[in-house]
Every structure is written in structure tokens, then in C-alpha cells.
Design a protein around this ligand. Sequence first.
Ligand SMILES: *Cc1c(COP(=O)(O)O)cnc(C)c1O
Length: 478
Amino acid sequence: MDSQDGERFDLDPEDWPEARRQAHRMLDDILDYVEGIRARPVWQPMPPEARRRLRAPLPVRPTPLAEVHAGFLRDVLPYSTGNVHPGFMGWVHGGGSVPGLLGEMLAGGLNANLGGRDHAPIEVERQILAWVREVFGFPEGASGLFVSGTSMANFLALLVARRAALGPEVRTGGLTPGGPRLRAYASAAVHACVPRAMDMAGLGTASLRLVPAGPEGALDMEALSRAVAEDRASGFRPFLVVGTAGTVDTGAVDDLAGIADLCAREGLWFHVDGAFGALAVLAPGKAFLLRGLDRADSLAFDFHKWGQVPYDAGYLLVRDGELHRDAFATPAAYLRRETRGLAAGSPWPTDFGPDLSRGFRALKTWFTLRACGLERLGRAIQHSCDLAAYLAHRIEALPDLELMAPVTLNIVCFRHRGKDPDALNARLAVRIQESGLAAPSTTVLGGRTVLRAALVNHRTRREDVDRLLDAVLELAKA
Ligand SMILES: *Cc1c(COP(=O)(O)O)cnc(C)c1O
């Protein structure tokens, strides 16, 4: 109470002991959710009443915390995506982790702003950078930055590559008409965020040349060399190759060492989209697939996928930290650096990306990496790949099913051979999701709609994979 009439203006609890009891109940409830996740449906559609309750009028008056939490338990928790569940195999979603959950809670209490200044949270983010460098074999001078996800990391990498190609003038003059016609290259299986990044960077999607993928789903290196030569001959300026370590559709890995050679020969920026696949360096049986990754100029990947850190936790790593900084650093009087006091410790994360205010994504990552240990994380990643091999093996033994792409890492594309297979398999995906038994997604490969199981969750076991196949076969009969 700080005003004379006893009115309070702060937002802290009036009854701390009760707030504390409520906080413990909330922590217990969410731990119950994670511990008991197997007993729940993977996903269930939201009933209309729950949706309606989430369209409430402005909360002008306070609501007791316990009541807000009851609303969360009733209307939000049961109808989330389901990616904590071991039966979730759709898209590429991480399963999260208990250390990560707890780290996120602590970060909320600390309420740190990681844009800059001299404080321990920044040192935690720098600690993660040192670990990331070591994991991927990048040099001491490499810089790194937490961002929302790989979509953002790919975009920032593209801006660094653009700055490297066009020099500092591009930051003042922008892209000038009559300037060099820049060309980037990626496999036709590249994630859609890469063409979008070309658009957002002002280069245009037409400046990204998509090179066909070979039979294994990896970029065709001959076709890439030819495309670069052709473009040079017609007056384009090739500047960037995006290699993918784990394509979103099939999990294929481009020939990273081959791309590194080509980029070195041609003087091109070599960026790797390793959203989920990059962390396969931790998997004893799969690390060899990523040979050449340590030669990339930049790498984008997600801790929130195979790293099992709760959303969101994307990461950008750039070999030449100075160049990275040159692509974003902007002087401002109110961000003046000092050698002592809170304004010390330059350079700051804000010098390496577009954000000034930034959350403490590093803490949930620090908790996850330390509490699990990289060895255990690597074993979980390897296990996802082993499960994918098991699933593929079972599909090949089932006459009604057909494997639709080679399995490199953790993604299995398959389909039921029944009548009108495109419509059938699309319907099957929806029915399986609605059954709550499993959650595969779909994609289109060579014009054909297929079921896609991406095994990312560390909780998934053989029985979950079996349940998916049983559901496909049962529901196809119905
Ligand atoms: C998931 C994914 C992305 C996008 O990452 P976000 O974290 O969702 O932004 C990009 N590329 C690949 C290969 C992906 O799997």
C-alpha cells in the first residue's frame, strides 16, 4: 500500500500465501498433464462452447487467478495441438521437456530482456552459443542468435548473405534498379519459408532458382552446377546456395560437402536449413549424413523440434560474426555502450538481428541441454530414426500399404493403396486425427497425396507406431 487512502496500484498478489498455493497447484496440474499424457487423446476438436468461451468480452474487472486457471484447464489444455503426446507424428513438432518447462517458468519470473546490457542472462545465451559452435564445428569467431524459429533464422541468414554480396551500401541505398541480378539456389524440396524470405528481403521469389531433387530427395548436384553456370552466362549474379539438412517432406539430406565445395569454387554463400535435421549430428548412427555442415557460412535450426525445448527456440549460427553484426548493427544514442555499468558488455544480441526486446529463450534451452545431457538427447534423436526405420519396415510388409519415399532420418511417407488413393489418404489423415489415436499429417509427393509420419517426440515408442498403422488399416476398411 503506497497511497494515502490505502488504494493499491501494484499488480502483485494481495494474498501472497494463497497465490503461492495456487501457483503450486498450477505447477502440479501441468506436470500431471505431461506425466499422464499417454492416457489422453492425441488431439480432439474444440467443442463450440469452449471456442465461445474464448471469445469473451474485455476483462475489465479482475478475475481470481484460480478461476482463470480453471478456464485454462477446461477450455485450453484439452484442445491443444497434442505434440506433447507420443502419438503425435504430424508435421515436425517437438515434444517439449520437463526441464524446459521449468526453465520457461523461471524465465517468466526473472522477466529478463535479452536485447543487451550486462547481466547474467546474456551470459547464458553466450554459453549456448559456445556449445552450438562446438556441436557444429564452427570457429571461435562465429556468432549466434536465438530467434522465434527456423523461418526467421533463414530470413536473417539471407539478409547476412545479401549484405555480404552487395556490401554495406545495400543497407543505406537498398536494392537499386540496374544493380546486380542476384540469384539464389535451393532444392525443389526446400521449405516454403525460403522463397518467402527471398520475397521479404526484397530479392523476389523469382530470384530463387529451384533445382530438382534426385531420387533420394536430395538436391541434384549436377543440376546445381549447370544452373549456376547458365545463370552466370546470362548475366545473373549467383550469391547463395541453401542446402537442406532434413527436408520437411521426406527428411532427405542434401550433399552438404558437395555444396560446400561448389560454393567455395564459385564464391557463393553456403547456408544450411537444418531446422530439425541439423541436430542429427548428436545421433551416433546419423551424424555422418551431415558431413560438410561444419563448412557452412550460416546454419538455421530449431531447438524446439528435435532439441525438445518448448516453443519457441529457433537459432541462427553465422561463421563470420563480424559480417553478421555488419548486417544488423545500428547506432542509437539510447543504446550507447559503456565499459562499466549496465550498459557494458557490447556487442549485444540486438546487434545481430532485428529485435531489441527479446525473451530469455536461452534459459529453457540451458535447462534442457544441461538436465538431459547431449548424449541422452542424441540417443532420443537416434531412437526417432530407428522408429522411422521400423515403421518403414512394417509398411513394406503390409500389402495394403506402400512406402512413398526413402527414409533417411525420421520421416516416413506412405499411403494406403485403396481406391482413389489421393482422396482416401487425405480422408484417412483426418479420421485418424479425429480418432485421437495418433496424429499423422499429409503431404503431396510427385502429385500424389501421402500420409506423413514425422517422428520427433522423445516419448514415442514402437507401440505408438503400431497404433498408427492399426488405425490406418482399420479406418481404411470402414
Ligand atoms: C520446420 C521447418 C522450417 C521452419 O521452421 P520454424 O521453426 O517452424 O519457423 C524450415 N525448414 C524446415 C526444413 C523445417 O522442417
